[in-house]
Design a protein around this ligand. Structure first.
Ligand code: 1GP
Length: 261
């Protein structure tokens, strides 16, 4: 069954063409600074907040950060768990994700089996997601024991993304890894988008409005950024959110111009 948050995301994508989601790594913030990033994001056009990171160590801290963010914004708060320790009752929804190119079954179905009863008990909305680690992969590749798909093998990414869709996953996420030097190549985004029918999320290494613009023009439905916002000084955080959101809008326009041109 499709829940409230998923319906909201689908409608937002339909209405706006593509949307921005801010990812907050609970390890890098306290409840106050996490709320500040979430509020600035919401104010400048971000559509949802994701909370998660590769190395969560304290559930109490995660709960405190998620609760503080929930209190300070109206947009949905979605968990982006690296493991069962990434689950908090305070959130609205959880990406119920499977790392399809992991070499370890734990990250494909093992953690999910352990997590499912808790997700139900906490009343979290599960949103099925096929998660693919591409290129450098960052910490997510190491922790998830991924076999990252090289940037010059887009056909392999297409095959994985299509498998995700055929398995019933309702979103596909191409993850380059947090803080990596180069985001997922546009050519790869374009090929995946052309093949799959479910919304496409792209994240990892997106630092500028221009990069967001190009990736959206290539077909991404959701752009996730974390590092660029966390690195921005307090005064320039709003500017960075605006730059990325603006880049996404221009990317949608470029798609349109290309199709009529
Ligand atoms: C990581 O895709 C996200 O899981 C975001 O990456 O930190 O590079 O924005 P960045």
């Amino acid at each position: 069954m499709i829940g409230k948050v998923e319906k909201y995301l689908l409608k937002k994508i339909k209405d706006d063409g593509a949307i921005h989601v801010t990812l907050i790594d609970p390890e890098d913030v306290n409840p106050k600074s996490g709320s500040y990033i979430a509020q600035a994001s919401e104010k400048h056009g971000t559509s949802a907040i994701m909370v998660g990171g590769s190395t969560i160590t304290s559930s109490n801290h995660l709960d405190a950060v998620v609760a503080a963010i929930k209190e300070s914004v109206d947009i949905p708060v979605i968990l982006f768990p690296n493991n069962i320790t990434g689950i908090s009752q305070q959130a609205d929804a959880i990406w119920f994700m499977s790392l399809l190119n992991s070499s370890d079954p734990y990250f494909i179905t093992g953690a999910q089996v352990l997590a499912a009863p808790l997700v139900r008990k906490f009343g979290l909305e599960p949103i099925p997601l096929g998660y693919l680690i591409i290129g450098e992969g960052g910490a997510a590749a190491v922790i998830g024991r991924a076999i990252p798909i090289p940037y010059n093998k887009p056909e392999l990414t297409v095959a994985h993304a299509l498998a995700a869709q055929y398995l019933g996953m309702r979103f596909v996420y191409l993850e380059a890894g947090s803080g990596v030097s180069k985001p997922v190549p546009c050519e790869m985004v374009k090929m995946v988008k052309k093949t799959i029918a479910v919304p496409l999320i792209v994240g990892g290494g997106i630092r500028t409005g221009l990069q967001a613009n190009k990736i959206v023009a290539a077909g991404a439905d959701i752009i996730v950024t974390s590092t660029a916002l966390q690195e921005a000084e307090k005064q320039s955080l709003t500017g960075k959110v605006q730059e990325i959101v603006e880049g996404i809008k221009e990317g949608v326009m470029n798609r349109y111009n290309r199709s009529v041109g």
